[in-house]
Write a protein that binds this ligand. Sequence first.
Ligand code: ADP
Ligand code: MG
Length: 403
Amino acid sequence: MVVPIFINFSIVLERVKSHKKRNIIMSILWGISILFCMSFPVNLGQNVRLDLRIVPLILGSLYGGFWSSIFLSALIIAYRLYSGFGIGFYNTVLVLLLSIPVILIFQKYFARAEKRKRVKIAVGLSLYYCFIGFIIFIILRGFSIEYAGVQIIQLIFGAIATWFFIMLYETLIEINHIRTELQNAEKLKVISELTSVFAHEIRNPMQVARGFLQLLDEPDLPNGKKEYIQISLEELDRANEIINDFLAFGKPVINNNERMEVGYQLQRVAKILQSYSLNHNVQIKTDIVEDCWIFANGQKFNQSLINIVKNAIESMPNGGMVWITCTPTNDGFINISIKDQGIGMTKEQMDRLGYPFYSLKESGTGLGMMVSYQIIRSFKGKIKVKSEKDKGTEFIILFPKIN
Ligand code: ADP
Ligand code: MG
C-alpha cells in the first residue's frame, strides 16, 4: 500500500504529464497492491480471513475516478474467482456491488473537497464497506459470535488503516503543492527583479521622446501628420502604463501594513473609478458594512481593487452594473465581493488569471490581475472567482479580520 503512494509522488507526478497515463499507471499499482492484500490475509480459523484490500480499493477509486474503480473491482472479482468458486465468491461480489456505486457517488464530492473532508469521506466509505461485508456475511452464513468478533476487528482495522493512508497521501499532496509554488515564486522573483531595473531605464528616454513629440505638434500641421503624432503619443502612454504595472509588480513587498478600514477604502476606489465607469455606461453600486478592519496597506489595497473593478467595468462593453460589497463572515474573515454582468470567463480562462501577459483585450497588458493577486496574497487574503460565460463574473476576496 505504501509503494504506490511513494511511486506516485516520487516518479509519476514528476515524469508523467498526461492525466490519463497517470491514472492508468496508478490503477495498475493499486491493482498490484490489492493482489498482495488478498494473497496474504490474516487467517483467523476456518474460512475466516482478514485483509486490507479496502485501502487500495478506496484510495485507487477516490483518486482515480470511475474507470480505476471499475478496474479494481473487476480485478478483485477475477482474483477471487481464481482462488475458488464458492460462498466466499458470492460474498465478495455482493459487497462490491453494494459499495462501488456509493464510493462512486462520493468520489465526485471527494474530488472537490479539501483535506479534512477527504479524510472523513474515505474513512466513512471504509466503515460502510466493512459494515456491508458484515451484513452480507451474516445473511450468507448465519450469525455467530465468533464471526461477528472477526468482522468488528476488520471494521476497526480497516478504518484505521484507511485513515492512516489517506492522511499520508494528502500530506504528500500538500508538500508537493508547496514545492511547486516555491519554484514558481523563485522564477517570478528573478523576472521581477530584472524587469524593474530595465523598466526604469527605458522610461527616461521615453519621456524625452514624448516631450519632443509634443513640441512637434504645432497647430498648422496637416491633419495626417497630426494624427501620426497623436498615435505616437498614445502608444508611448500605453508603453508607460505597462511599465507602471510592471514596476508595481517588481517592487519588493515591504510590509508596512497597518490597521485599515475596508469600507472607507472601497468607497475611495468607487470614487476614483467614477468617471471611468460613466464613460463605459456602467454604474457602480456599493453595499458596505462599516467597521471592518484588516491588516493591510491602504495604497496597495486600493491598487489591487482598482485593477479588479476596472476589469469588471471593461467586461461590459454595452454598459451595466458593478456591485461592490463588503461583509464580515462568521468564521473571522472580511468578505469583499466585486460582481459584474459582463462577458464572463470559461473555466480555462479562469485558471489562467493572475499569470503575467494573459489578456484577451486588444490593448490589454495582462498584468493587472497578476499585480492584484500578488498584493492580496501579501495581505494573507484569498481570492475566489465565480464566472459564467456571457452571464458575469464575481471576484470574492477574503481577508482575515482584526478587531
Ligand atoms: P488586462 O485587463 O490588461 O487584459 P488583466 O490582468 O487585468 O489584464 O486581466 C486579464 C484578463 O482576465 C482580461 O483580459 C480578461 O480577459 C479577464 N478578466 C479579468 N476580469 C474579468 C471580468 N470581470 N470579466 C471577464 N473577464 C475578465
Ligand atoms: Mg485589467
